[in-house]
Design a protein around this ligand. Structure first.
Ligand code: GLN
Length: 294
């Protein structure tokens, strides 16, 4: 927590003053509105219609603190403690990766593949905040969804989100990849396995930039070539997929060909890659063949 507040709390007497002071300090208008709205509890519309409203002392100090941290680079999602994904608000803490809109592509693919299965069993490994597991569970109340993570702090956030959003069909398990399932009542064969694993190579300069500086390193990088965890997940999937089940993976923009090769070598059929909202390769998958081609 920075000791010096960049914006004097006494300059934030009314809503309009607070918004103006944050803008002068260099905060984008949208972020200023989000912070003031978060602290005061006023809606975005009320910020406009009640801009002469007095800001209480404690709130002034809090706004100044959060704005100071934002100007030092802390991600908005951590300052607000939440981020929207697939139209729902998810709680986030610095123990989890911040949900990215690109991951919605993976969820859409997952929901498409599940359409042909009744009461499917689903495994989301490295669930983090739980966005993938919870979104699938809410879209498919007939599904049983297992969400794993190697971080107990992350798993606690996933559990909170499942509970707060009413996804009672999500079960969590602590541990590394498939190892998390040992000694749980998880099914021996899943209809769908999904993961957005840490896929940034250790040497990637992006790790030192922007929001990534504040996110858990263990959620971002495999401390290797970027494909280490993707290899582990692909290698372990065949024995844990039902015949005709799908494996879907998020990956880096330049990893599509490598992930498709891993899937094909492991024996997956109908291997494909889809692009994210920015047109970059982002999600690849394949189907575990039904026995005897049946
Ligand atoms: N599954 C979570 C997400 O997609 C976390 C992924 C991660 O930490 N690598 O946001």
């Amino acid at each position: 927590m920075p000791s010096a507040l960049l914006i004097p709390p006494e300059s934030l007497a009314r809503v309009a003053d607070a918004l103006a002071a944050l803008a002068r300090a260099g905060l984008p208008a949208l972020e200023a509105r989000m912070l003031v709205s978060h602290v005061t509890g006023l809606s975005r519309v009320q910020l406009i219609t009640q801009d002469a409203c007095a800001v209480k002392d404690a709130a002034r100090r809090r706004i100044s603190e959060l704005a100071t941290r934002r100007l030092a680079g802390e991600p908005m999602a951590y300052l607000l403690g939440e981020r929207e994904f697939f139209g729902r608000m998810f709680r986030v803490t610095p123990a989890v990766l911040i949900p990215r809109p690109d991951t919605e592509v993976l969820v859409e693919q997952a929901l498409d593949r599940l359409e042909e299965r009744d009461a499917p069993s689903v495994l989301d490994m490295g669930t983090g905040s739980g966005i993938i597991a919870v979104t699938i569970a809410l879209a498919r109340p007939d599904a049983r969804v297992w969400a794993t993570d190697a971080s107990a702090d992350a798993l606690a956030v996933a559990k909170d989100n499942a509970q707060a959003l009413g996804a009672s069909n999500v079960q969590t398990a602590l541990g590394d990849w498939y190892g998390a399932l040992a000694a749980t009542g998880a099914p021996s064969a899943f209809d769908l396995i999904v993961s957005n694993p840490p896929y940034i190579a250790a040497a990637d300069a992006h790790l030192g930039q922007g929001d990534l500086r504040f996110e858990p390193a263990g959620a971002l990088t495999d401390n290797g070539d970027g494909l280490r965890h993707l290899r582990t997940i692909v290698a372990g999937a065949p024995v844990r997929l039902a015949a005709g089940g799908w494996l879907l993976l998020e990956h880096g923009y330049d990893q599509g060909a490598a992930v498709r090769a891993l899937l094909a070598e492991a024996g997956f059929a109908d291997v494909f890659t889809v692009q994210d909202l920015g047109g970059q390769d982002r999600c690849s998958g394949g189907q575990w063949p039904a026995e005897n081609g049946a």
